[in-house]
Design a protein around this ligand. Structure first.
Ligand code: DGJ
Length: 732
């Protein structure tokens, strides 16, 4: 890895042994893009990629009379001079002008990577990454712009973000400040997004690009289940194992936009950042604004390779603390077993049975506090309900510990019910617009986390509950979108800051709790997967993937999630049948076979299953304990897509290739078909793997494939819906 500055040509070459990112100072002083892709040799000057044409209808710079930003790739395009594409930022000067031009001033190259203040970001030691900071200046606006690029040594990854500093004595308004623009020289890409809704999150969708824009966004205050802040540009021929693709992952949990714009000259401009809609950030003299980070990864070896890069980077350089690369405890959560209707006795009976099965951690979900007996009341009152927890959280946690279980509980700290003591005392602490009705979501309102005193208050309440109880885990939920966004604490000219300040408030509370309780495992949740993003992973290493616990739907949801996020981050549980969301009756073996490829746990009362099933649960837990390191941190390959076929399959392989586990799932039976073969991936050609009774070379398993008819008792020939197989392969 290195970053070279060619002072004559004024070009930078960031490279490692896989990729090159080349950019330079253009003849007009702005930053222009030269190349991003597979590694190329270094050279003093790549300016032959520049276009110096006087084309009809193209505006050129008056000094050079031949250079147009429109014809050349821009690193962080402004609007108002010679580029007419979508701009990366927009500043409004005190005189009302929105034209800007930032030109090169200086740069800094250093080893390692600096953190972003108050924001989540990947981190790296001096051996792991190098960083380039290019400072540009707009003399008219009296503003500075710093564009930051980090290249990682081990990964084909460059991260980027931007920082604005106002040096003028008047207030300048930042109306748009995206994190990244990457201009690509052609349009031969397909756009892949991960979309959905509650209970059907992150379903891959592929669109062809053509003249004009493809754009996804969130305006809900959270990254959302509707559109995930992760996008792939892939070549038409790229599949899971071959071909080029570039990923863009936004390390942020609020409103965002991702856009690919195809111009009239056959090029693609990719943009990503905070959604500029409803965003205005006034900068006083000396103030700065730092955008969140985008992680750009590339591959020329297919989508599995791209996903593996994100998995490894996020496990090693985003997740922090005790739980980094740590196999996750097997938990039981009482939500689907009791909802809010429970007593301590009932909870303990669920826990006792779970302990007998080998479960390690009990999670007490919603309903333990205030007047919370249904979802109309109580949010905001983080004090134990003595009827449900007679000796408080401390008492219950101790009983759990005495039983040999770790213990954790559920919170939804960003919310308040109008029917709560908190709201009665501080109605202005909820987001709402003066004079207008406040919309409710699940009968609740959103606390104004742009206000420090609100965050402080919730922090204080939570600390009281956590303080002297032995707490090992916290599930942090967030169950509605933001509406009527307005902070009564801010003046009119600062209302455009509220969405982002809200996210910063959430991050600050997470950070404080993390610092105070470094051993606690946080799991983020937002009605399931409504805020499953890289930003959250910085604070909470795992996320409840979806409220849909039906394992057949979960195959699709977890498959889609795996494109951008590691298996160790995917919260997945075995729940009761018929499934509460879909009514499906799926065998308990398949329910576990899906949940193994995640953090693994149970979401039911094990007292209510048959003795035979209970014996099976014991075996499932023993299997997970023996293999969770491989399942959660192994190299994961998608093999068969549930979106294309009636079967799905995936495999995880250990780093040395000697152990692997694959899962094969029958989503819908096809009667009177031959069972066929499943081609595996990631194995070593020459190793002889034991699989069930047989032995097979890696090259056999990857080329002839596993004979599906030999799996289990008769394999998928029985034509049953919802059967599945999880098999362990081992070589000496
Ligand atoms: C939504 C979550 O996704 C569920 O798992 C559960 O925690 C409920 N909220 C509790 O209200």
């Amino acid at each position: 890895m290195n970053i070279i500055w060619h002072s004559k040509s004024k070009q930078y070459h960031l490279y490692n042994d896989k990729i090159s990112y080349i950019l330079g100072v253009s003849p007009v002083g702005e930053l222009e893009g030269i190349y991003f892709g597979k590694k190329v040799h270094d050279k003093e000057d790549f300016s032959y990629v520049e276009y110096r044409y006087m084309l009809p209808n193209v505006a050129v710079d008056p000094d050079t009379e031949s250079y147009s930003c429109e014809l050349n790739r821009q690193e962080y395009p402004s609007f108002g001079t010679t580029d007419f594409g979508t701009e990366a930022f927009d500043i409004e000067l005190p005189n009302g002008s929105r034209v800007s031009s930032f030109t090169y001033k200086e740069h800094r190259i250093y080893k390692g990577k600096e953190s972003l203040k108050g924001l989540p970001a990947t981190y790296a030691s001096e051996d792991e990454a190098m960083t380039l900071e290019v400072t540009l200046e707009d003399e008219v606006a009296r503003m500075m712009l710093i564009l930051t690029y980090t290249i990682f040594d081990r990964y084909p990854v460059v991260t980027r973000h931007a920082t604005f500093i106002n040096n003028a004595s008047d207030v300048t308004k930042l109306r748009k400040a995206l994190s990244v623009c990457l201009d690509l020289p052609d349009q031969g890409y397909q756009w892949m997004q991960f979309s959905g809704a509650w209970a059907r999150e992150r379903i891959p969708q592929i669109k062809d690009l053509s003249s004009g824009s493809v754009l996804i966004e969130s305006k809900r205050g959270v990254s959302s289940a509707n559109q995930n802040p992760f996008v792939i540009l892939k070549r038409l021929e790229t599949d899971e194992f071959n071909g080029e693709a570039i990923g863009f992952s936004f390390v942020y949990s609020g409103n965002f936009v991702a856009q690919a714009e195809c111009d009239t000259f056959g090029r693609t401009r990719m943009l990503m950042g905070i959604n500029p809609d409803r965003f205005t950030w006034p900068l006083e003299k000396g103030e700065r604004f730092e955008t969140p980070e985008v992680v750009i990864a590339m591959t020329d070896r297919g989508l599995n390779d791209l996903s593996q890069t994100y998995h490894r980077l996020y496990n090693n350089n985003l997740v922090r603390g005790k739980w980094k690369n740590q196999p996750r405890p097997i938990l039981i959560n009482n939500w689907e077993a009791t909802f809010m209707d429970f007593t301590e006795e009932r909870i303990l009976s669920i826990a006792e049975k779970a302990k007998k099965a080998g479960v390690e951690l009990f999670v007490l979900d919603d309903g333990w506090f205030g007047e919370r007996n249904d979802d109309f009341a109580g949010l905001g009152d983080w004090i134990e309900n003595p009827e449900k927890l007679p000796q408080g959280m401390k008492g219950l946690a101790r009983k759990m510990n005495a039983m040999g279980l770790k213990f954790g509980f559920w919170i939804e700290p960003e919310m308040v019910n109008p029917d709560s003591n908190l709201f009665r005392r501080h109605p202005d602490w909820a987001l709402s617009t003066p004079g207008r009705k406040a919309s409710l979501g699940r009968h609740q309102m959103v606390l104004d986390y742009s206000r420090e005193e609100v965050v402080d208050y919730i922090y204080g309440m939570l600390k009281k509950v956590i303080a002297d109880a032995p707490i090992s885990y916290i599930k942090w939920d967030m169950n509605r979108s933001l509406t009527e966004v307005y902070s009564t604490a801010l003046p009119p000219e600062q209302q455009g800051m509220v969405y982002h300040k809200y996210v910063l408030g959430v991050y600050s509370l997470y950070e404080r709790l993390r610092q105070d309780y470094p051993d606690i495992l946080f799991e983020s949740c937002s009605s399931g997967g409504n805020r499953f993003d890289a930003g959250m992973l910085y604070y909470a290493p795992q996320a409840w993937c979806s409220d849909n616990t039906d394992s057949i739907d979960r195959v699709r949801i977890q498959y889609g999630t795996s494109y951008g996020y590691p298996i160790s981050s995917i919260g997945a549980h075995v729940s009761a049948v018929p499934n509460q969301q879909t009514g499906r009756n799926v065998p308990i073996s398949t329910r576990a076979n899906v949940a193994y490829f995640g953090t693994f746990g149970y979401e039911l009362d094990l007292n209510h299953i048959t003795d035979e099933e209970f014996e099976e649960v014991k075996e499932q837990i023993a299997f997970m304990k023996a293999n969770r390191e491989l399942l959660q941190f192994g190299r994961f390959y998608r093999l068969r897509s549930p979106f294309e076929k009636d079967q799905a399959a995936w495999i995880v392989v250990s780093e040395d290739g000697k152990r692997a586990i694959f899962g094969l799932y029958c989503m819908k039976s096809n009667v009177n078909m031959l069972p066929g073969f499943l081609k595996l991936a990631g194995l070593k050609d020459d190793l002889l793997y034991k699989l069930g009774e047989g032995e097979y070379y890696g090259d056999e398993l990857m080329n002839l494939g596993v004979p599906i008819g030999k799996l289990g008792s008769g394999g998928l020939t029985t034509g049953q819906d919802f059967i599945s197989y999880v098999e362990l392969l081992e070589a000496d």
